[in-house]
Design a protein around this ligand. Structure first.
Ligand code: SF4
Ligand code: SF4
Length: 122
Protein backbone atom coordinates (compact mmCIF):
# COMPACT_ATOMS: atom_id res chain seq x y z
CA UNK A 1 0.00 0.00 0.00
CA UNK A 2 2.77 2.41 0.96
CA UNK A 3 4.64 1.48 -2.23
CA UNK A 4 1.60 2.35 -4.35
CA UNK A 5 1.20 5.68 -2.58
CA UNK A 6 4.89 6.51 -3.12
CA UNK A 7 4.63 5.50 -6.78
CA UNK A 8 1.61 7.80 -7.28
CA UNK A 9 3.48 10.61 -5.52
CA UNK A 10 6.52 10.08 -7.75
CA UNK A 11 4.42 10.03 -10.93
CA UNK A 12 2.59 13.17 -9.86
CA UNK A 13 5.87 14.97 -9.19
CA UNK A 14 7.29 13.90 -12.55
CA UNK A 15 4.11 15.04 -14.33
CA UNK A 16 4.21 18.37 -12.48
CA UNK A 17 7.82 19.01 -13.45
CA UNK A 18 7.24 17.97 -17.06
CA UNK A 19 4.25 20.33 -17.38
CA UNK A 20 6.22 23.18 -15.80
CA UNK A 21 9.28 22.70 -18.00
CA UNK A 22 7.36 22.23 -21.27
CA UNK A 23 4.95 25.13 -20.82
CA UNK A 24 7.19 27.60 -18.96
CA UNK A 25 8.39 29.46 -22.09
CA UNK A 26 4.77 30.20 -23.05
CA UNK A 27 2.95 30.56 -19.72
CA UNK A 28 5.63 31.68 -17.24
CA UNK A 29 6.32 30.21 -13.82
CA UNK A 30 4.16 28.09 -11.45
CA UNK A 31 2.14 26.64 -14.32
CA UNK A 32 1.11 23.55 -12.41
CA UNK A 33 -0.13 25.62 -9.46
CA UNK A 34 -2.03 28.05 -11.67
CA UNK A 35 -3.63 25.77 -14.25
CA UNK A 36 -3.51 22.11 -13.25
CA UNK A 37 -3.36 21.60 -9.49
CA UNK A 38 -6.71 20.23 -8.22
CA UNK A 39 -5.88 21.44 -4.73
CA UNK A 40 -5.27 24.92 -6.13
CA UNK A 41 -8.63 24.81 -7.92
CA UNK A 42 -10.41 24.01 -4.68
CA UNK A 43 -8.54 26.70 -2.76
CA UNK A 44 -9.28 29.17 -5.56
CA UNK A 45 -13.01 28.46 -5.35
CA UNK A 46 -13.01 28.82 -1.58
CA UNK A 47 -11.02 32.05 -1.74
CA UNK A 48 -13.63 33.60 -4.02
CA UNK A 49 -16.24 33.31 -1.29
CA UNK A 50 -13.80 33.76 1.58
CA UNK A 51 -12.81 36.92 3.41
CA UNK A 52 -9.14 37.08 2.36
CA UNK A 53 -8.34 40.02 0.11
CA UNK A 54 -5.39 41.98 -1.14
CA UNK A 55 -6.29 45.63 -0.70
CA UNK A 56 -4.73 48.44 -2.73
CA UNK A 57 -5.02 52.05 -1.65
CA UNK A 58 -5.57 53.75 -4.99
CA UNK A 59 -4.66 57.13 -3.51
CA UNK A 60 -1.15 55.88 -2.71
CA UNK A 61 -0.53 53.67 -5.76
CA UNK A 62 1.64 55.31 -8.41
CA UNK A 63 1.24 52.39 -10.86
CA UNK A 64 4.96 51.65 -10.91
CA UNK A 65 4.31 47.95 -11.58
CA UNK A 66 6.86 46.69 -9.02
CA UNK A 67 4.23 44.50 -7.35
CA UNK A 68 3.43 42.83 -10.66
CA UNK A 69 7.09 42.17 -11.34
CA UNK A 70 7.48 40.33 -8.01
CA UNK A 71 4.24 38.35 -8.00
CA UNK A 72 5.14 34.71 -8.65
CA UNK A 73 1.51 34.00 -9.62
CA UNK A 74 1.57 36.68 -12.36
CA UNK A 75 -1.43 38.48 -10.90
CA UNK A 76 -2.01 41.93 -12.35
CA UNK A 77 -2.10 43.89 -9.11
CA UNK A 78 -1.24 47.22 -10.68
CA UNK A 79 -4.26 47.34 -13.00
CA UNK A 80 -6.40 45.02 -10.91
CA UNK A 81 -9.21 46.02 -8.57
CA UNK A 82 -8.67 47.83 -5.29
CA UNK A 83 -10.03 44.81 -3.45
CA UNK A 84 -8.54 41.77 -5.06
CA UNK A 85 -9.92 38.33 -4.20
CA UNK A 86 -8.04 36.48 -6.91
CA UNK A 87 -8.23 32.73 -6.44
CA UNK A 88 -4.67 32.52 -7.73
CA UNK A 89 -3.19 34.59 -4.91
CA UNK A 90 -1.25 32.41 -2.49
CA UNK A 91 -1.04 35.15 0.11
CA UNK A 92 2.76 35.22 0.14
CA UNK A 93 2.80 38.95 0.93
CA UNK A 94 5.71 39.71 -1.38
CA UNK A 95 3.78 42.43 -3.22
CA UNK A 96 2.97 44.10 0.10
CA UNK A 97 6.65 44.04 1.07
CA UNK A 98 8.00 45.45 -2.19
CA UNK A 99 5.50 48.25 -2.73
CA UNK A 100 7.46 51.50 -2.36
CA UNK A 101 4.28 53.40 -1.53
CA UNK A 102 3.01 50.98 1.13
CA UNK A 103 -0.21 50.96 -0.85
CA UNK A 104 -0.94 47.24 -0.38
CA UNK A 105 -2.22 45.30 2.58
CA UNK A 106 -3.86 41.97 3.21
CA UNK A 107 -7.04 41.52 5.15
CA UNK A 108 -9.38 38.78 6.24
CA UNK A 109 -12.05 41.21 7.34
CA UNK A 110 -14.54 43.42 5.56
CA UNK A 111 -13.20 46.26 3.47
CA UNK A 112 -15.13 49.47 3.79
CA UNK A 113 -15.54 52.00 1.01
CA UNK A 114 -14.02 50.23 -1.98
CA UNK A 115 -15.63 46.83 -1.46
CA UNK A 116 -18.96 47.32 -3.19
CA UNK A 117 -17.69 48.80 -6.44
CA UNK A 118 -14.51 46.79 -6.81
CA UNK A 119 -15.09 43.23 -5.70
CA UNK A 120 -14.01 41.44 -8.86
CA UNK A 121 -10.86 39.31 -8.81
CA UNK A 122 -8.18 39.38 -11.52
S1 SF4 B 1 4.09 48.46 -6.19
FE1 SF4 B 1 2.61 49.69 -5.01
S2 SF4 B 1 2.67 51.69 -5.99
FE2 SF4 B 1 3.60 50.26 -7.43
S3 SF4 B 1 1.89 49.58 -8.76
FE3 SF4 B 1 2.04 48.12 -7.09
S4 SF4 B 1 0.57 48.85 -5.54
FE4 SF4 B 1 0.99 50.57 -6.94
S1 SF4 C 1 0.28 38.08 -2.03
FE1 SF4 C 1 1.79 37.01 -3.32
S2 SF4 C 1 0.58 35.80 -4.78
FE2 SF4 C 1 -0.81 37.30 -3.85
S3 SF4 C 1 -0.81 39.02 -5.27
FE3 SF4 C 1 0.79 39.43 -3.73
S4 SF4 C 1 2.72 38.63 -4.59
FE4 SF4 C 1 0.99 37.77 -5.77
Amino acid sequence: MVAIFLLILLLRTLLMQAVNIILMPKLGTRIWCKYFCPQGLLIGLISRIGRFALVKDETLCIRCGICNQHCSMSIDITSGPAVNRSGECVGCGVCVEVCPQKALSMTTGTVSGVEKSDKVGV
